[in-house]
Design a protein around this ligand. Structure first.
Ligand code: PEP
Length: 249
C-alpha cells in the first residue's frame, strides 16, 4: 500500500542536547497527520531519540549503515546494531554518501541486501546531477541507479522499500525541482518498476521527493499524483518548518 511519508534527514547536525531540544519542540507540536513522520538524527543520538519517542508517532530512523554484520570496519555501524536499539528503518544511497564516501550502486546493493536480511525498511535515495539533467540524461541515470541497486531483488522485497528521488542539484541548494519535473520523474520511476515487477508493485510503491522542500513549496509538490511525500534536509531542523511541511498533507 502506498503511504504518505515525511522524513527529516538531520545529517551531521545536532549534538545530544540539541537533539533533545528539537525532539521536545517536535513533541510539543505533534498533531494528527495523514503522513507517517520520521526523523534521522546522527548515530550518537539514535538511542536517546528512540527512547524519547518510542511511544510517539514519530519514527526514529538511521541515516546510513554498513553492509557487513560485524568485523574490521572501523567507524561503521551494522544493521543488527541499529536493530538492537530499536531502529528498523534506514536511509541508503543519499547523494552525500555517494559523493563523499564513494558509495556505488554495487556497494548499495550489498547494503540493501543486508538491511532486508535484518528485516529493516529502506528509504533508498537516488537522483541525477545537474550535468545529467542539462544533457537530458536524467531518466537514464535514475533508471540505472534503480536497476543496479535493486533489480536483483524478488518482488516481495519491495514492500520493505521506499524510494526517494533526490536530484543532486536541488539538495541543500535552495533550488527545487518544479512540481512538474518531480511528477514527470516519479511517473517514470513507477513505469520503470512496472516494466520489471508489474503494475501492483509499481502502484503500491511509495516514492518521496527530496531537494529543498520547504513550507512554501511542499503542498504543490506533494499534490502531484506520483509524489507520496518528502525527504527533508534543512527544513527538518526547525520544528515549525518541519510540521508545516507535514501539514501539507
Ligand atoms: C536531503 O538531504 O535529503 C535533502 C533533501 O536536503 P534539503 O532538503 O536541505 O535540500
Amino acid at each position: 500500500m502506498r503511504k504518505n511519508i515525511v522524513a527529516g534527514n538531520w545529517k551531521m547536525n545536532n549534538d545530544l542536547a540539541q537533539t533533545e531540544a528539537l525532539i521536545t519542540d517536535l513533541k510539543r507540536q505533534t498533531q494528527t497527520s495523514n503522513a507517517e513522520v520520521m526523523i534521522a538524527p546522527a548515530f550518537t543520538n539514535l538511542w536517546q531519540a528512540f527512547q524519547t519517542l518510542k511511544d510517539d508517532t514519530i519514527e526514529v530512523i538511521s541515516q546510513n549503515m554498513h553492509f557487513a554484520e560485524n568485523g574490521a570496519y572501523t567507524g561503521e555501524v551494522s544493521a543488527s546494531m541499529l536493530k538492537s536499539i530499536g531502529i528498523t528503518t534506514v536511509i541508503l544511497g543519499h547523494s552525500e554518501r555517494r559523493a563523499y564516501y564513494n558509495e556505488t550502486d554495487a556497494s548499495l546493493a550489498k547494503k540493501v541486501d543486508a538491511a532486508l536480511a535484518n528485516d529493516m525498511r529502506i528509504i533508498f535515495c537516488f537522483g541525477e546531477e545537474l550535468a545529467d539533467r542539462k544533457a537530458g540524461k536524467q531518466e537514464a541515470v535514475v533508471e540505472n541507479q534503480i536497476k543496479n541497486a535493486l533489480f536483483h531483488l524478488d518482488a516481495s522485497a519491495f514492500k520493505h522499500i521506499v524510494l526517494a528521488y533526490e536530484p543532486v542539484w536541488a539538495i541543500g541548494t535552495g533550488e527545487t525541482a518544479s512540481p512538474e519535473q518531480a511528477q514527470d520523474m516519479h511517473a517514470f520511476i513507477r513505469k520503470t518498476l512496472e516494466n520489471k515487477y508489474g503494475h501492483t508493485i509499481a502502484d503500491d510503491m511509495t516514492i518521496l521527493y527530496g531537494g529543498s522542500v520547504k513550507p512554501g513549496n511542499a503542498k504543490e509538490i506533494f499534490g502531484k499524483p506520483d509524489v507520496d511525500g518528502g525527504l527533508i534536509g534543512g527544513a527538518a531542523l526547525k520544528a515549525e518548518d518541519f510540521y508545516a511541511i507535514v501539514d501539507a498533507f
